[in-house]
Design a protein around this ligand. Structure first.
Ligand SMILES: Nc1nc2c(ncn2[C@@H]2O[C@H](COP(=O)(O)OP(=O)(O)OP(=O)(O)O)[C@@H](O)[C@H]2O)c(=O)[nH]1
Length: 138
């Protein structure tokens, strides 16, 4: 069985600035990339749930398993998120919201971090912690 404790730093793209928050992380206005599906809430802001946490803490895994029926074993092969992934959940006309899956290495104190944009329309924030990696929080 593959170990979850390996150092994943080498999986990031060369030239990637850890701690920076460039605009191409993708935190522009709603549905700027047309990822929203047509529905009753078109033209309105859908409730937004933010998935945040340290690198490799399991944010994308949670999203894939809970909302896309991915097998937990398959999450072993998920690559690190390097920009905000916006996912429209439209299970019915009544259950519609967006999940924003953040890269784990965001520097919230970076001057380019647009907190108004990120948190302004936030309905809930889920901060994911890998309970097996306690040393990162000490
Ligand atoms: N031990 C353990 N490993 C998990 C769990 N959930 C996910 N993983 C593994 O942890 C690794 C990282 O998972 P991701 O979901 O990509 O983590 P992430 O927080 O989205 O990572 P970044 O995109 O780098 O911020 C994957 O290999 C997963 O298989 C869990 O509950 N326990």
């Amino acid at each position: 069985m593959q170990s979850y404790e390996q150092d994943d730093d080498d999986q990031y793209n060369a030239g990637y600035d850890v701690g920076s928050f460039p605009k191409d992380f993708g935190y522009g206005p709603f549905d700027q990339d047309g990822d929203g599906l047509p529905g009753p809430l078109v033209g309105e802001q859908k409730p937004r749930i933010l998935l945040m946490g340290l690198r490799r803490s399991g944010k994308s895994s949670i999203q894939k398993v809970v909302f896309h029926k991915m097998s937990p074993n398959e999450t072993l092969f998920l690559e690190s998120t390097n920009k905000i992934i916006k996912d429209d959940i439209s299970n019915s006309s009544f259950v519609q919201f967006q999940i924003w899956d953040f890269p784990g290495q965001i520097d919230f104190f970076d001057p380019t971090f647009d907190s108004d944009m990120i948190f302004g329309g936030c309905g809930a924030l889920v901060f994911v912690i890998d309970a097996q990696v306690v040393t990162k929080f000490t």
